[in-house]
Design a protein around this ligand. Sequence first.
Ligand code: C5P
Length: 217
Amino acid sequence: MRKEIIAIDGPAASGKSTVAKRVAKKLNYKYIDSGAMYRAVAYYMLKNKISLEDIKNHLDEIVIDFDVANNVYLNKQDVSKELRSEEVTNLVAQVATIKEVREKLVYLQQQLGQEKGIVMDGRDIGSVVFKDALVKIYQVASVKARALRRYEENIARGITSNLEQIEQEIAKRDYEDLNREHSPLLKASDAIEIDTSTMSIDENVQEIIEIFRKKVK
Ligand code: C5P
């Protein structure tokens, strides 16, 4: 069967990466987390004390790779855990507003997509990176549902957190992602919207697989 591209976009914590990974596994496709690439740039800035104004002059120093288990490597070092830190999460949406950062990462994402057979999640995958993707999903959920998911994830990981604070952080990141000048979070005109507020992960995965199967027919 021909290999295709599945683009899954949507706001923070709408369940994109969990379902994207499962969809990729079911189809024997590769999963690529585009958000991790923006996080890697944010982490590089924090580590090397580079400002938002100056990062465009350092982009050539940054090499990002993934391995088959979806670990993320920044200049050959596994930084998968570090990319999930609060400092990185708080900085990343601002880093993602910088035109030069986006140009570099979109180019890398398009290179990774050349071999097809991929599921990529992010904010602008269906609208900018792969405008001709066969399947475009725009996944949403209420801020409350998304905050609760993050909160429960944290509990499962043994991390104490504050539900209200998570809600505020998600709302802030939504605002930044929706209102930036370059490639804001946007539903592509041909994307299919899925509201996951009251959906289980299995139902969500099943729905995307069905959409995919209908499209390949
Ligand atoms: O998906 P994740 O929450 O890890 O993404 C982190 C941040 O990276 C997002 O809040 C957004 O600002 C940025 N991003 C983006 N475009 C993408 C993926 C992520 O701007 N395709």
